[in-house]
Write a protein of this length. Structure first.
Length: 70
């Protein structure tokens, strides 16, 4: 089973194929060649790939739930 983690796209790199994202656990570069997310969008990550766009509200609710698990 894979868990999708919410994140915010901070900037695009390499012509948009990669993105710097921020999530509750920090920042990192992930692949953005499935849905081509844009800067400022909230997304779900799975195994280093952006796989879906989500609302800011949904992302923040998921972040809160993840923080409660820690």
């Amino acid at each position: 089973m894979c868990l999708a983690i919410p994140a915010k796209v901070l900037e695009l790199q390499e012509g948009g194929n990669k993105a710097m994202i921020e999530q509750p656990y920090g920042r990192r570069v992930v692949l953005n060649n499935i849905i081509n997310a844009k800067k400022g969008e909230f997304v779900l990550l799975q195994q280093g790939f952006i796989v879906e766009r989500i609302s800011e509200k949904d992302a923040k609710e998921a972040w809160k739930a993840l923080e409660e698990l820690d």
